[in-house]
Design a protein around this ligand. Structure first.
Ligand SMILES: [Zn+2]
Length: 165
């Protein structure tokens, strides 16, 4: 994805108050991120670990960021389910049920959207894991390209669900 600045991210939240977005702590190493290796930028707040953020470009080119809440009680291991963004079967990281307040009045009335997402938001790395070359996948790079497209499309759908009134 194209490099983003912190203020671009802060202004692009669709479901966070101004003070919530102002208080966010950027991901570690934010000024050295490998943007070419990212299709979405997700991270847990280093100071408020129950908070997560997902910044993405919608398919029509808008920058959208979503504030997420992790389940209280800490990280639960859960490898029985797939992350709904990367759907990686190769990855071994934990998946959490993250909850996003809906945008606008609906969110202020308490409506939320729950989605299973990698606990560490490693989705962009996960979709770059090529399957073993073989009869099933004669061209692993083609599979990776398709996985990247899938991640971008599902992140877009997720942003739409959060925006729905
Ligand atoms: Zn994922």
């Amino acid at each position: 994805m194209q490099p983003l600045t912190l203020s671009q991210i802060r202004y692009s939240f669709i479901n966070a108050s101004r003070s919530e977005s102002a208080r966010l702590t950027p991901p570690p190493g934010f000024d050295r991120l490998d943007w070419d290796g990212l299709d979405v930028l997700g991270w847990r707040d280093p100071k408020m670990p129950l908070r997560g953020y997902l910044a993405l470009r919608t398919t029509d080119g808008r920058l959208v960021s979503v504030l997420l809440r992790a389940p209280a009680g800490g990280a639960r291991k859960n490898r029985a389910v797939l992350c709904e963004l990367c759907r990686s079967v190769e990855a071994t990281n934990d998946v959490l049920l993250w909850v996003a307040r809906r945008a606008g009045a609906s969110g202020r009335n308490g409506n939320t959207v729950g989605t299973l997402i990698c606990a560490d938001f490693a989705c962009s790395a996960n979709v770059r894991i090529a399957p073993p070359e073989g009869d099933m996948h004669p061209d692993p790079q083609l599979v990776v390209d398709r996985q990247i497209e899938g991640l971008i499309a599902r992140a877009d759908q997720f942003a739409r669900r959060v925006s729905e009134r």
